[in-house]
Write a protein that binds this ligand. Structure first.
Ligand code: FE2
Length: 348
């Protein structure tokens, strides 16, 4: 790439068929610094592959709100890329690296993404604006809007968010929603002002509240699983410990020469990290590839999972636990970093 060239904003839109969710990538073509909005857990490998192929230096993993219909891959992408996880401030998501207030900005390359608090679908819904594009999550959808009957939703609040925070953008501003179930991908402020079925063509607050309070929608299929997981950036603390609590690398060292042949130590770091040095006799199953090793993992009575600091081990543990694995011991508070520091034997 010509380094003297002015950088461009590169934009990509991806779709998750199962949940009708859009995921967006934005990055600076020159610095390659970028961000992702609303990544879906089941699409983690697709995301990582895209990021690696294009050489995007992922700075932020952003969720427009605590989703009820799908689980975010925020913590997995953070662990894999070093990006910071971002939510709107009222979400109260404890594990997020950044909680954005209305009007705050995130920089990537020479571009800025502005947070616009648009509560109503949930109390923490945040839309984002950059360079003529609005990312509205579930606040404003194409010809519709997010429901307001759970997660502190409020039709009055949503009406004000859409009419006072979004409809004030120039007519030609492009609107990219969090979902669409009818194959549409983008709309604009002027189209929605004119044609939105719930909040277009001069709809009044009273008329909107009347519609929203009479939708009688079924409960989202995955809400009971998705909300608690998303409150933890997609990671489930309650699934964290199955066999042993607070098992550490020091404890692993103490049983190292007593391991039974039905027990296996699994290193979930990348092959490159593994080659640099690992726990003797351990097997490398990099995070994200575990689906290819399910029968191996099942064949052991006990599997010890470790990584560099414990985060990836925790993620793999969560994934496998959800698939019914109950033979795992997750080393989630320490990892190879502590093993090296302690001077324990390293195999290369
Ligand atoms: Fe939502």
């Amino acid at each position: 790439m010509n380094q003297s060239m002015q950088s461009k904003l590169v934009f990509r839109q991806f779709f998750d068929k199962d949940t009708g969710t859009f995921t967006y990538y934005l990055f600076d073509s020159k610095t390659m610094e970028g961000l992702i909005i609303d990544p879906v857990k089941e699409q983690f490998e697709r995301s990582l592959q895209f990021i690696e192929e294009l050489g995007i230096e992922l700075k932020y993993v952003i969720d427009t709100h605590v989703h009820a219909d799908h689980v975010t891959s925020s913590c997995m992408l953070r662990e894999a890329t070093g990006a910071k996880s971002v939510f709107g401030e009222p979400a109260g998501v404890q594990c997020a690296d950044i909680l954005l207030k209305d009007g705050e900005e995130l920089e990537f390359g020479r571009f800025k993404l502005e947070a616009i608090a648009t509560p109503g679908h949930t109390d923490a819904c945040t839309s984002f604006y950059t360079e003529g594009r609005l990312f509205t999550g579930d606040s404003l959808l194409i010809r519709g809007c997010g429901r307001t009957d759970f997660q502190q939703g409020s039709p009055e609040t949503l009406f004000n968010s859409i009419t006072q925070k979004l409809y004030v953008f120039p007519d030609e501003t492009l609107v990219y929603p969090g979902h669409d179930y009818q194959g549409r991908t983008v709309t604009s402020i002027c189209e929605e002002k004119a044609h939105n079925l719930r909040i277009g063509s001069g709809q009044t607050l009273e008329g909107f509240v009347q519609i929203m309070n009479n939708l009688a929608l079924p409960k989202p299929r995955r809400i009971d699983e998705a909300v608690p997981l998303n409150m933890a950036c997609g990671y489930s603390p309650e699934l964290g410990h199955i066999n042993e609590d607070n098992f550490s690398m020091h404890e692993l060292y103490q049983i190292l020469d007593r391991l039974h042949k039905t027990e296996k130590i699994v290193d979930v770091r990348t092959p490159h990290e593994f080659l640099q040095g690992h726990v003797p006799e351990s097997l490398n199953i990099p995070m994200g590839t575990e689906q290819g090793f399910l029968s191996d993992l099942q064949s052991y009575e006990r599997v010890f999972l470790y990584c560099h600091t414990g985060r990836r081990a925790q993620t793999v543990h969560t994934m496998l636990s959800m698939q019914g694995f109950d033979n795992l011991v997750c080393i989630n508070s320490s990892g190879m970093a502590d093993w090296m520091l302690a001077g324990f034997p390293v195999e290369r």
